[in-house]
Design a protein. Structure first.
Length: 254
């Protein structure tokens, strides 16, 4: 009896291990498939000549006394004069915040001009630019179609508006355009990284745009306090479809 009981338990244990192994293999294959679809989707988005062409009614902004046109361009296709304008606007707005957060703490995170210039001219960078009717640039967003962990996203690296064009709804409109580009490209999220101790930036993203803290955002602990927060808005249609697929995959087959 003892031997029979022992072999039964041994067989049950083997079956249990086999079942767990099959489940892990299935989960791994499902993750690989998801990643492959994500990378293909990002490549398709980056292969576009002009993402804004799919949103013809959003290439102008005529509100609050402004008469502007919007365009999208890859970083390598942007002329040097516009690149320099974008960098100087970013430097004026953000360099003091970087120093406030990281001066004397972490030099790798502090403002670094060569690194920032390289980032802004990266081949993967896209620009959404608002110009006057004379062609003068007054606002820009540096964004990318990219993978963030295992999710395909539109990542807003920067959103900057010239001082005299602020508080006229332009920044909010441009973020709406990025959200629509995210939807058109079937990305899962629109993401951004913001400074935690910059009240205007926090208010803009979290109160005005209703972004939420992303699951990838770092959490303060007894060892480290983070000066930034990662925020996002979901493509709710795609999120629901993915959740439905996951529920279907996890439903036991009787």
């Amino acid at each position: 009896y003892c031997l029979i009981h022992f072999y039964k338990r041994l067989k049950m244990g083997k079956n249990s291990n086999d079942s767990k192994s099959k489940q892990k293999r299935a989960e791994r294959k499902a993750m690989e498939a998801k990643m492959n679809i994500g990378f293909a989707n990002v490549k398709l988005a980056n292969d576009q000549d002009d993402p804004l062409a799919k949103l013809p009614s959003f290439n102008v902004y005529n509100k609050n006394g402004l008469d502007l046109t919007l365009e999208t361009s890859r970083a390598p296709a942007l002329d040097e004069k516009t690149h320099e304008w974008a960098f100087k606007l970013l430097e004026t707005s953000m360099k003091p915040l970087y120093h406030k957060c990281y001066q004397g703490n972490d030099p790798d995170l502090n403002w670094n001009e060569p690194r920032k210039r390289e980032e802004m001219k990266d081949d993967r960078a896209w620009y959404l630019i608002a110009r006057t009717q004379e062609g003068t640039p007054v606002a820009f967003s540096h964004f990318r179609f990219d993978m963030d962990y295992d999710d395909e996203v539109v990542y807003c690296y920067e959103i900057q508006v010239e001082p005299k064009y602020r508080r006229k709804g332009l920044g909010r409109f441009m973020m709406k355009v990025l959200e629509l580009l995210m939807l058109k490209a079937d990305m899962l999220k629109l993401m951004a990284t913001i400074f935690s101790n910059d009240p205007p930036e926090m208010k803009f993203f979290k109160d005005c745009l209703k972004f939420e803290t992303d699951e990838t955002s770092p959490v303060d602990d007894v060892y480290e306090t983070f000066q930034y927060e990662i925020v996002s808005r979901f493509n709710l249609k795609k999120k629901r479809e993915m959740e439905a697929d996951e529920d279907s995959e996890n439903t036991p087959i009787n």
